[in-house]
Structure formats: C-alpha cells, structure tokens
Design a binder for this molecule. Sequence first.
Ligand SMILES: C[S@@+](CC[C@H](N)C(=O)[O-])C[C@H]1O[C@@H](n2cnc3c(N)ncnc32)[C@H](O)[C@@H]1O
Length: 247
Amino acid sequence: MSLTEQLYNRQASGWARNKPEILSDFTARPRVLELAGDLTGKHALDLGCGEGYVSRLLRKRNAESVIGIDISANMIDLARKAATSGNEHYYCSNVLEAEVYKPETFDLVLAVFLFNYLTIEDSGELLKRIYLSLKPGGRFIFTIPHPCKPFMAKTEYPFYFKTTGNYFNARNSLFKGKIWKFNGDSVEVSCVHKTLGDYFKLLFEGGFSKFPIVEELFVTPELLQIDEAFFRPIQGLPLHVLFCLEK
Ligand SMILES: C[S@@+](CC[C@H](N)C(=O)[O-])C[C@H]1O[C@@H](n2cnc3c(N)ncnc32)[C@H](O)[C@@H]1O
C-alpha cells in the first residue's frame, strides 16, 4: 500500500464533512466551484475526490453525472455512503490506473489538491490523459498548495509543510505537513514539491495550449471577519494556486 493510501485510510473520518471545516474549504474550494459555473446537463470527473465533499457540491450545481476517483478505500467508502444521488459514482483507484480517460467524455475535470501527491513524471502522464478526456471547450480546474509558501512560513498552525532543500533543488521531494480545521483538529497532508515552472511546462506538454486562468489564493478580508484568530497567522501569505484551463 502506498504512503498516500495509508495516510488517507488512517484519517478518512477527519476529512468527512458536509460544510466548510478545513482551512482550504474557505481559502480554495469556493473559488473552484465558482469557476466550475453552472453544471446543468454536464458530466464531471473529480480526481482525488477524497470523501466526496467537492463531488457532492458539483451535484448540487446540477451536474448530470459526477465520477469520483480516489486511491484510498476508506475515503471512497465514505463518499459512497454520503452520495446525494445515483448520478454520483465513486471508484477506488490510483488516478494513473483508472479507466475513465475516454476521448472527449467530460465537460469538467477537477483535481482539488491531488497534484501535490504526484511526482513530476506522474503529473505529466495524468495531464495528457485529462486533456484527452475533456470535450472541446471543456474545463480543467485544479488547485495545489502554493509551492513558495513552505519556504516563506513557519511550520505552525493553521497550515504548513516542512521543507527539505530549497525551492529548486527540492523538486520531487516529499514535504509533510498539516492543515487545521475550524474545530481545532488537524489533518496530515503532504506535498511532492514542484515549481510553478514545472506546472506550466507539464500543462503545455499535456496539450493545454490556451492561456490559463491562474490565481494565487490567500486570506481575504472577508475571511478575517469570519474568524480573525484562525486566519490571521497566514494573512498575506500565498496559500494555494488555482489553475483553470480550457481545451
Ligand atoms: C488533500 S485530499 C483532497 C480530497 C478532495 N479533493 C477534497 O478537496 O476534499 C487529496 C486526495 O487525493 C487522493 N490521492 C492522492 N494521490 C492519489 C492517486 N495517485 N490516485 C488517486 N487518489 C489520490 C488522496 O487519497 C486524498 O483523498
């Protein structure tokens, strides 16, 4: 069993939620859903779907069907139990081995904090398959921890990765980290470090040649108003990067 499977099988229940609880439920996922837009009649693929939090929100936005893939059997069990309709389908598989990448199948592909679990080489392979499986005009939206953040911040509450090496020589190194929830609990996360340049190169090689939307996500003033003590320690830091690409 891979380290990622072990990590997520062990703490699956810590991820189970039906409302925003984890820091990135406030700082990243709402923007992903906004860019996903109205999904009426659309077919979506959610790679690294976890226990289905985002997949369920896609269905709430009227997606015709959602397929979720995750390597952790315990996460997939939770996703199946929490499914809101028969049009959500969850499969336990490594995204690199899943048999879902048929040509021009999906209107939307998401990968919310998946690529930080993949090496540079595996990311490149997956991006080619995602490109193939998108319909012309389809969208691919993904988020990653901002690759600069681990080098700019302390290893402390409410979100960190512990670095080895520097921004350039640590490429493909595994950084372990934690991200906190509103209730004071935390979940363990990890990140196979890649530079922003790596992502752009891999996307281009994967077939994505249109200019992308790229957003560096951070703590907004509105979030500080929700809970100043929670968000204040990471105010002003680049937390995540969101990429939105069109085929
Ligand atoms: C940070 S969690 C995010 C879960 C979900 N996307 C969300 O936003 O709530 C990352 C997920 O990616 C899954 N994952 C990591 N590597 C994977 C792989 N190679 N194949 C399938 N799933 C993978 C993990 O099991 C975990 O559930």
